[in-house]
Design a protein around this ligand. Structure first.
Ligand code: PRX
Length: 649
């Protein structure tokens, strides 16, 4: 359905929520926001105790927050079961027949899972895991397509107090292997394959490769999804449908302490291998729930859809956990946005009457490029609220999203957060915050966000600095799995007792926070974090490569593209075939999402005299074709001209 309410938008446009929206929202004025925010910062115990009381605690906490920087314990002394809150609580409240998940597979198959059915399925899987010897605190690695069983597997782990560690289906066997080793998982839940643009991604084959020489994993549960040919290892591999048929659909949810580990999710940093970000139970539950309540304005009759994959934090917090804590009906879709054509998302919104839609700017830009005709065929009038996450949204994409998808009537919540933060941290509240394209606006309740300079002084209006959070928040990471030192060094060492996000940001005169981008060597490719160090180490692992440097280049759709500079070993010839080989090699080592967009051969890399690669210069070169500023500190400044030539061909 085309819109007639088309607003022309630029970065100075300010849009206020409509009276109708505000009237029904939980926070309907900026005064109310300011006073709630003030209370949440000055008296977090009262604020969070109040929010937490919406949820079920088998034993109430003795203390809301115990903070010994940088270690927080939230809801100390409490006992709860996360899964009980996501599932059983709603069944007990008489909403068992409500649809929890309305699922659509890529080939077009459809399924609705009610809260009651979800309870049965989760209990069955919990019983299967028990039968396989999985105990509280054991790690279970999940490598699944976007099917309800992915959520069921996560919730079954949570129910037992087992710690899930999801690996996104687009990651390679080597990535799985690293994560298996780091987490010492005892069990794996996977599927034969996953549909992606009519082809099958061989998940079980990848898993088999990752499991070679592994001695921690005792059992592998395999869901039959694509019916592709796979190998089953006797005594280790078991079919999901056979095992769940052997057990009952009841299981009593045990209460665990609030700081009981819930999951590990690996994410890229500026150095070394991905870090296992550890999240725990009570605080994460309250944080994700509360953001669903206020930012996504989730209500009883909403049909909510987040297009992320459960392999990313967005899929954890805003598919599996938050929306189920809030008890909404959500849509889950398995496949690509352009299958069979670019209208797939809009057909899903029309068919299920989606009211709240949450996606990424990169997807929006791809839709714009595909053309409006794919949108115009569908009626999107059910939508009332839109959201974005993953990267800053540029005004052109914002305008299209607002007008074309939202019909000029839906507020857009641009949510800034991270794997580490667990829940959205900076975002408009849809019923009150004046919204502007490109800014995530204001800190959420309990979030004491500031922008500091290198000396720890707060930046002036519009002065760029480092984004930090000065107080603990319930859904914060608790550690890097198995590496407290890395936790302290990465997040808490810039300023005493203050969390450094790793993002550059600035605040305008109205208090809106603009995220400028990562300050470390982390790329944001299609809203996903990739460490340049990881790609570089994949490249140098190839036997033709002597040295490599990886930088991001602005990209129209992806936000950033991966550009590699490679110095070959003596005697190796620079050929286009080798470029293809290196590209595929990175795909094999990390996963298809990390495949470089461009590879340039370079006789040498720009380094300081102490041997540090100056990625800043390479970044400038790929973005503008030239280098401004002083290059006299370089060990060999002639490499710049050679690299310039390799870029321009
Ligand atoms: O740079 C910020 C960017 O994504 C990073 C976090 O990535 P990840 O842990 O993979 O989580 C992504 C989904 C929560 C941040 O450090 N980022 C995320 N959301 C935004 C954003 N940048 C600007 N605006 C956003 N709304």
């Amino acid at each position: 359905m085309s819109t007639n309410n088309t607003l022309v938008i630029d970065e100075n446009t300010v849009i206020h929520p409509s009276k109708e929206f505000s009237a029904k929202a939980r926070v309907s004025s900026m005064e109310q926001y300011e006073s709630m925010h003030k209370q949440s910062i000055e008296d977090p115990d009262t604020f969070w105790a109040n929010e937490a009381s919406d949820l079920k605690w088998q034993k109430k906490w003795d203390k809301v927050l115990d903070w010994k920087a940088p270690y927080a314990e939230w809801f100390q002394g409490a006992k709860l079961n996360v899964c009980e809150n996501a599932v059983d609580r709603h069944v007990e409240a008489g909403r068992g027949n409500k649809a929890a998940i309305i699922w659509e597979g890529e080939p077009g198959d459809k399924r609705t899972v009610t809260y009651q059915q979800l309870q049965h399925e989760v209990c069955r899987m919990a019983n299967v895991l028990i039968a396989k010897g999985v105990k509280s605190e054991d790690r279970v690695l999940i490598y699944m397509p976007m099917v309800p069983e992915a959520t069921i597997a996560m919730l079954a782990c949570a129910r037992l107090g087992a710690v899930h560690s999801i690996v996104f289906g687009g990651f390679s066997s080597e990535s799985i292997k690293d994560r298996l080793e780091d987490s010492k998982a005892v069990a794996v839940i996977t599927s034969d394959g996953s549909w992606r643009r009519a082809g099958v991604v061989p998940l079980k084959d990848n898993m088999d490769e990752a499991l070679q020489n592994n001695d921690t994993v005792k059992s592998v549960i395999v869901l039959k999804r694509c019916e592709n040919q796979i190998n089953m290892t006797e005594g280790r591999d078991f079919w999901w449908h056979e095992e769940t048929a052997k057990v009952t659909a009841t299981h009593k949810p045990e209460g665990f302490s609030s700081e009981h580990p819930l999951f590990i999710l690996y994410t890229s940093g500026s150095t070394g291998k991905p870090k296992g970000i550890l999240h725990t139970s009570g605080g994460y539950m309250v944080g994700t729930y509360t953001t669903c309540k206020y930012i996504f304005d989730m209500k009883e009759d909403d049909v909510y859809w987040c297009t992320a994959d459960v392999g990313w934090i967005t899929g954890h917090s805003y598919i599996t956990y938050g929306p189920l804590f809030a008890g909404v009906t959500q849509v889950m879709y398995e496949g690509g946005p352009n299958f069979p054509d670019w209208g797939r998302f809009w057909s899903i919104i029309e068919e299920y009457g989606v009211t709240i839609f949450y996606t990424a700017p990169t997807a929006i830009r791809a839709f714009i490029k595909a053309g409006d005709e794919f949108v115009d065929k569908y009626d999107l009038s059910s939508l009332r609220l839109l959201g974005t996450v993953g990267e800053p949204i540029n005004p052109a994409a914002w305008e299209w999203y607002y007008n074309k998808i939202g019909g000029g009537r839906c507020p857009i919540v641009d949510t800034w957060w991270q794997t580490e933060t667990g829940a959205a941290m900076i975002s408009p509240l849809p019923g009150c915050t004046p919204i502007k394209p490109g800014t995530a606006t204001r800190p959420f309740f309990g979030v004491d966000a500031a922008i500091l300079d290198e000396d720890g002084k707060e930046c002036e209006v519009d002065q760029p600095g480092r984004l930090v959070i000065r107080k603990p928040w319930p859904s914060m990471l608790r550690s890097v799995y198995g590496d407290k030192q890395r936790y302290e060094d990465t997040y808490w060492s810039d300023y005493d007792g203050i969390y450094t996000a790793g993002d550059g940001a600035r605040k305008d005169k109205d208090g809106n926070i603009y995220i400028i981008g990562r300050l470390d060597d982390v790329l944001n490719v299609s809203g996903h974090r990739l460490g340049t160090a990881e790609i570089e180490s994949a490249l140098v692992a190839h036997n033709s490569v002597a040295e490599a440097a990886v930088v991001g280049k602005p990209h129209e759709i992806k936000g950033q593209a991966v550009v590699c500079f490679v110095t070959l070993k003596t005697g190796i010839t620079e050929t286009d075939e080798l470029k293809v080989e290196l590209r595929n090699h990175v795909g094999k080592v990390i996963g298809a999402i990390a495949k470089p967009d461009a590879i340039h051969f370079a006789p040498g890399l720009p380094k300081t005299r102490s041997g540090k690669i100056m990625r800043r210069l390479l970044k400038e070169l790929v973005a503008t074709g030239k280098v401004t500023g002083n290059i006299t500190t370089l060990e060999d400044s002639t490499v710049i001209a050679a690299i310039q030539k390799s870029i321009t061909g």
